[in-house]
Design a protein around this ligand. Structure first.
Ligand code: IFM
Length: 466
């Protein structure tokens, strides 16, 4: 066995999102979001599950914060529900909603836990979708207003403000493949959504700088590690195309101040990108204190010759519509196992690769792993415990991979496990469990899985035993 030591300054945390855990969907003046509509639409989620009750965190948050403190975590990443604090998505703010997050933030600070707040983890107010959703520029302007309201209310008590979680999912799964809310399948709209999410990030980032100058600013991206099936030039080009759509569509404007030329060229048959106005890209490139990286699995592609059978194994849910706008000539190949319960491959070295790429492309940019974790079919043993060895193994290997990248110079400052609790896994409902703490959805009882005990040891000692 070898042991690797992390410095005391390294931040260990856990992450959740509002719609996945809060419940209380119709309480205290909360409005409706696109996920309320989507999950209540027959056929959209496994078993017709919704976030109406979820893990009932809205009522149980003090106990949940006690768990975080008992785990010895230094930070907690949660998201603010836009329709709870600003029902309808414009104008009036809901005092009861803001109070909830104010109590949550104070509760964290009282327990010595750093609050890391995500402004947008996919719950767009339904009224804004009815007015056009993310493909409409106006939504980014509404987001700026929302950001001003929450930063004014919670201000410097929040240590890190994260503007968006995984805009890749919001844009492509929401508007191209339709496996996420609002379930639209309009490729050109998905690219407009990409831009308006980026714009929303820039506008909200400016708000944070103005209203909470001592807070840190970040964004969280689910960056893809894309590999080619062979060394052929055609497969290399397939990798380049997917990298552009998945990664550089966001990293480009956010960190380089412009969209990559190859992305615009590849997607020219779908859109002319005329929704990008002069000055937008500069605005989007607000300097970040930290770039949040979510990583779960890697992606294998090949150029499609137009007639052989396609695999389309991109692991993002069954849909006749691809999330990969304008890349119909790219095929996604199944990956060797083992896989998690999501069907995602387990590839820790790809995390090292991703972090080293970011170090190379963006030297000096501090990084955090803002999500990493695994769903497995947990079993409650006769002794009442959940011996989730596969999850521990997954976490150990990925944290080791992150340590490898740090040893080679990647400036990774923290790690947040996904997730603190079992929760509503979007289209998969309650059928997939990512928590290190089990939730019994009948009783709402919380039980630490073995992985929670394992993670507590790591977080309190900084020692990774491999
Ligand atoms: O549950 C999600 C989370 O909301 C965003 N990142 C991926 C997780 C697992 O699918």
């Amino acid at each position: 066995m070898t042991t690797r030591n992390f410095p005391e300054s390294f931040v260990w945390g856990s992450a959740t999102a509002a719609y996945q855990i809060e419940g209380a969907a119709a309480e205290d003046g909360r409005g409706r979001s696109i996920w309320d509509t989507y999950s209540h639409t027959p056929g959209r989620t496994v078993n017709g599950d919704t976030g109406d009750v979820a893990a009932d965190h809205y009522h149980r948050w003090p106990q949940d914060l006690d768990h975080i403190a008992e785990l010895g975590l230094g930070a907690y990443r949660f998201s603010i529900s836009w329709p709870r604090v600003q029902p309808g998505g414009s104008g009036r703010f809901n005092a009861a909603g803001l109070d909830f997050y104010s109590r949550l933030v104070d509760g964290l600070l009282e327990r010595g836990v750093r609050p890391v707040a995500t402004m947008y983890h996919w719950d767009l107010p339904q009224e804004l979708e009815d007015a056009g959703g993310w493909p409409a520029r106006e939504t980014a302007l509404r987001f700026e207003e929302y950001a001003s309201g929450i930063v004014t209310a919670l201000g410097d008590r929040v240590h890190t403000w994260t503007t968006l979680n995984e805009p890749w999912c919001s844009a492509y799964l929401g508007y191209a493949s339709g496996v996420h809310a609002p379930g639209r399948t309009e490729p050109a709209a998905a690219l407009a959504a990409v831009h308006h999410l980026n714009l929303a990030h820039g506008l909200a980032g400016r708000v944070v700088r103005e209203l909470a100058p001592s807070a840190e600013l970040s964004v969280t991206l689910n960056l893809h590690v894309v590999r080619g099936a062979s060394d052929s030039a055609a497969d290399a080009d397939a990798v380049r195309r997917i990298d552009a759509l998945a990664n550089r569509a966001f990293l480009g404007p956010m960190l380089d101040g412009e969209y990559p030329a190859d992305l615009l060229a590849d997607t020219a048959p779908v859109t002319d990108w005329s929704f990008v106005r002069s000055g937008d890209e500069k605005l989007i490139a607000v300097p970040l204190d930290v770039l949040g990286v979510n990583y779960y699995a890697s992606t294998l592609v090949r150029a499609w010759d137009g007639h052989s059978a396609r695999s389309d194994a991109d692991g993002h849910g069954a849909s006749a519509h691809s999330p990969w706008v304008g890349a119909d000539d790219v095929d996604f190949l199944p990956q060797p196992g083992p896989h998690t319960a999501m069907g995602w491959n387990i590839d820790p070295p790809a995390l090292t690769e991703l972090l080293l790429r970011l170090r190379l492309d963006y030297p000096g940019q501090p990084l955090m792993i803002t999500e990493n974790g695994a769903a497995f079919d947990d079993v409650v043993s006769a002794d009442g415990r959940i011996h989730d060895d596969r999850r521990i193994d997954y976490l150990r290997r990925h944290i080791g991979a992150m340590a490898d990248a740090r040893a080679r110079g990647a400036d990774v400052r923290g790690y947040f496990v996904w997730s603190l609790l079992d929760n509503f896994e979007w289209g998969y409902g309650y059928d997939r469990r990512f928590g290190i703490i089990r939730v019994d959805y009948d009783t709402q009882e919380r039980t630490w899985k073995d992985s929670a005990h394992w993670y507590r040891h790591l977080a309190t000692t900084g020692r990774l035993d491999e």
